[in-house]
Design a binder for this molecule. Structure first.
Ligand SMILES: Nc1nc2c(ncn2[C@@H]2O[C@H](COP(=O)(O)OP(=O)(O)OP(=O)(O)O)[C@@H](O)[C@H]2O)c(=O)[nH]1
Ligand SMILES: [Mg+2]
Length: 394
């Protein structure tokens, strides 16, 4: 097998037939290439039935992997497809025909030179266009986020004008799949930022969606920003960002309640509790999203986090008093020291306790005889919560 084409799909039924037909035609024209198409499908509609029907009549192997319990969205689907691929060279493309299959032979030809690990189909290289982006806002968001991303990884992304594209050809042997933490849409970025890869680009014209609806959203945008922060500065910085947002929210709520005539102590307590709950939700859906699946029930995580934060708030004040009264530190310095210590303890507690992989899961896996992978993935996630000073690029 020379090539595995991997297509992540979420409710793309009306596009499947046309996509498979055009992939077949394009690769037929490219000479003798043996290839397969793998759909990694998270659909909630009849897309899998349509894929199966197309697969039954296609003159080349078309495989359907339907995930009943989708992990890590689009990025997770791509990684799953790459794992299952029969070929070492994997072409990733969207299922809505915004990535024209007719461009695949040019990507293959470039990889054929033998000097690169990944060939990126770029909207922003000379000769490429981004016409298929829905409107001016999407174009601007795409441009700005590309610039931001490139500035954060100047070396790793050198020579890549479009690290956010979902259309690329990659040598599976050049990436460490276990090291990836896919979340959301930007899986190429995840691959490029983790390890220095040799990149080539081929310009392409980003087309309009053939049929169906876009799954891009504001939430995906927020996920992307978290991904970027985590890749660049490690999990602790994303945690700090959430903490910072929480601190500001806390003050704003307290100010608002006082203006409504509330006693300042009561206002402070209400603001703190609301912030603790809000922070938990942000940690849950952004910072520790990739560790949720293995760490038991949400209500237990919430209970641990909520209790910890309240105990911490209660403990910090007396500790500060001790530093001022006994150690004679200036009160602002004492406050700052306790805040920094509280932050560090809070991070460690959340990373190692609240989001700890559940022992039961590991034990069950051990007795089921799948220990090596599970142990590896547990080790990887614990590894990842030690990002102090981690630098992925320089
Ligand atoms: N397996 C899987 N595929 C997904 C998921 N979300 C989106 N996709 C697929 O990923 C591809 C890209 O999604 P799109 O909705 O086209 O996103 P986009 O191209 O950024 O947005 P548009 O330009 O508006 O089309 C499509 O093939 C989707 O079906 C998901 O959660 N799981
Ligand atoms: Mg699309």
């Amino acid at each position: 097998m020379d090539l595995s084409v991997i297509v992540p799909t979420f409710n793309e039924g009306p596009n499947i037939g046309e996509l498979v037909r055009r992939i077949g035609a394009a690769l037929d024209d490219a000479g003798p290439v043996s290839f397969e198409v793998i759909f990694v499908d998270d659909s909630t509609d009849d897309t899998p039935v349509i894929i199966q029907a197309v697969a039954d009549t296609a003159p080349f192997p078309v495989r359907l992997v339907h995930r009943d319990d989708p992990v890590a969205g689009l990025g997770g689907a791509v990684v799953e497809g790459v794992r299952l691929a029969a070929s070492r060279w994997c072409l990733i493309m969207d299922g809505d025909l915004q990535h024209p299959p007719e461009d695949i032979p040019r990507l293959l030809a470039r990889a054929g030179h033998g000097d690169v690990d990944v060939v990126v189909a770029s909207r922003y290289a000379a000769g490429g266009t981004s016409g298929g982006l829905a409107d001016r806002t999407r174009v601007a968001v795409s441009r700005v986020s590309t610039l931001l991303t490139k500035s954060m990884f100047p070396r790793k992304l050198h020579g890549c004008s479009d690290p956010m594209t979902g259309f690329f050809l990659i040598d599976r042997d050049a990436v460490d799949l276990d090291q990836l933490h896919p979340r959301g849409f930007k899986i190429l970025l995840e691959m490029l930022a983790r390890r220095q890869l040799r990149i080539a680009e081929v310009p392409f014209a980003f087309a309009d969606r053939f049929a169906g609806e876009s799954k891009a959203s504001f939430t995906q945008g927020i996920r992307f920003l978290t991904q970027l922060t985590m890749l660049r500065f490690g999990r602790m910085s994303a945690f700090a960002l959430v903490g910072g947002v929480g601190a500001i929210a806390n003050l704003v709520i307290m100010w608002g309640l006082i203006r409504l005539g509330m006693e300042y102590i009561v206002a402070a307590v209400i603001a703190s509790e609301l912030t603790i709950i809000g922070n938990f939700l942000l940690l849950e859906y952004l910072v520790f999203a990739d560790m949720r699946a293995e760490s038991g029930r949400m209500r237990w995580r919430f209970l641990k986090s909520f209790t910890f934060n309240n105990v911490e708030a209660l403990a910090r004040i007396p500790l500060m008093a001790v530093l001022v009264e006994s150690a004679h530190l200036p009160s602002m310095l004492a406050a700052a020291l306790t805040l920094v210590a509280a932050f560090a303890v809070r991070f460690v507690f959340h990373a190692l306790v609240v989001y700890a992989p559940q022992r039961a899961t590991v034990d069950a896996a051990v007795s089921a005889g799948v220990a090596p992978e599970v142990t590896a993935s547990v080790a990887a996630s614990v590894d990842d919560v030690e990002p102090v000073g981690r630098r992925l690029d320089s």
